[in-house]
Design a protein around this ligand. Structure first.
Ligand code: CP3
Length: 354
């Protein structure tokens, strides 16, 4: 394997000294980039793009050609696992993801096939190894998965949801069935992420996009518990380096202490938590990733720069911060504003690392 030329992202995840704060953006390869839209048109649709190794590699690298980012993230989706479990994922234009089949009963859960992600999702593993060699050591490659709870919400609801009524119906009404589903998903996620690590992913992030819609006890019982199980089952060292794990629970700000105790290396923060406060609470245990409101990218460039300066100041001096947005970049953002965000991190952060 070629040597890694820029390891500040991996170093910051280990809370080791760096020359400046590393930066990447959730959904950095996506519709806000005209070159992404052109490649997606070549593939036909989003899922075909995910399954086309060469084109998935091409879009992964697109944001790195434009911006001095410190990490690449595998181009794929969290819903590949339920798709491989036979639920039939599709996207209708202008709407979110949808499934042909839903999981609503004990019988549905028991009928789910056992899966082997390295075989059933071999296109993801191929994308990881292809991207890794195309990167040639420029920056590290992040692999990812959805959390069991977040995946379960899509599988039960059949798509996106506002109130998660079906998922919560199952969770409160038949908790043992919900636990069987979550356990099945956790095992699949462990094999899926370990497959990505074996194929060359150098860090992994678990997206718990919907953990924040749970009450505190339910978050611990139905979301965090299964993310812990995953963290315990992951390969933590590869190619002589630690493979750091980032847990991102959107709206999880009130549970930072318990998330930090999960065994992860870093906690992802959305913008509703003050990062200085988060550091005071857990920053001696784990690294922190975040957390500018992605909607700030609609503001004038000077305002974006001021917000970056503010977040850097609130985090303060020393290692352990990975700059990111508090959630994914939205499709209607001007790429130049994304550029201004990244440039501000590059220019303003060195003074915090002297
Ligand atoms: O960060 C990256 O650049 C890597 C790629 C990535 C995608 N999805 C690509 C994508 C990642 C990490 C994801 C994760 C994902 N997918 C999550 C968790 C993170 C989060 O945003 O909360 C969730 C909940 C999904 C499910 C999903 N897939 C949704 C809600 C959507 C958007 C539907 C829409 O039309 O807005 C997708 C589709 C999707 N995944 C797109 C991309 C670039 C857009 C598809 C397109 O090109 O039309």
């Amino acid at each position: 394997m070629t040597e890694l030329k820029n390891d500040r992202f991996l170093r910051a995840l280990m809370r080791q000294p760096v020359d400046r704060t590393p930066v990447w953006m959730m959904r950095q390869a996506g519709r806000y980039l005209p070159e992404y839209r052109a490649t997606r048109a070549k593939a036909g649709d989003f899922l075909s793009l995910c399954k086309n190794t060469e084109l998935a590699c091409e879009v992964t690298l697109q944001p790195l050609e434009r911006f001095p980012l410190d990490a690449a993230i595998l181009f794929s989706d969290i819903l590949t696992i339920p798709d491989a479990l036979g639920l039939g994922l599709y996207f209708e234009t202008g709407e979110g993801p949808k499934f042909k089949h839903t999981i609503r009963s004990a019988a549905d859960v028991d009928a789910l096939p056992a899966m082997n992600p390295e075989v059933d999702l071999d296109y993801v593993m191929n994308a990881v190894s292809t991207i890794r060699s195309a990167l040639g050591g420029r920056v590290p490659l992040i692999g990812f998965s959805g959390s069991p709870w977040t995946l379960a919400t899509y599988m039960i609801e059949g798509g996106s949801s506002k109130d998660f009524r079906e998922a919560k119906k199952l969770m409160y009404g038949q908790p043992e069935v919900m636990h069987r589903l979550l356990d099945h998903l956790a095992n699949a996620v462990i094999d899926y992420l370990n497959g990505q690590i074996k194929a060359g992913a150098q860090a992994v992030q678990i997206f718990d996009t919907w953990g924040g819609v749970l009450s505190s006890w339910a978050y611990e019982e139905f979301s965090l518990r299964y993310m812990k199980k995953i963290v315990d089952g992951l390969i933590r060292e590869s190619e002589g380096r630690r493979v750091p794990v980032i847990l991102f629970t959107k709206n999880g700000g009130q549970w930072l202490e318990t998330i930090a105790d999960s065994g992860c290396d870093a906690v992802g923060l959305d913008w509703t938590t003050d990062i200085g406060n988060a550091r005071a609470r857990i920053g001696d245990r784990v690294a922190l990733q975040g957390n500018m409101d992605p909607a700030m990218l609609y503001a004038p460039k000077e305002r974006i720069r001021q917000e970056v300066a503010d977040i850097l100041r609130r985090y303060g001096s020393g290692p352990g911060h990975i700059f990111n947005l508090g959630h994914g970049i939205t499709p209607d953002v001007d790429p130049e504003h994304a550029g201004a965000f990244i440039e501000a991190v590059v220019e303003l952060s060195p003074e915090y690392h002297r």
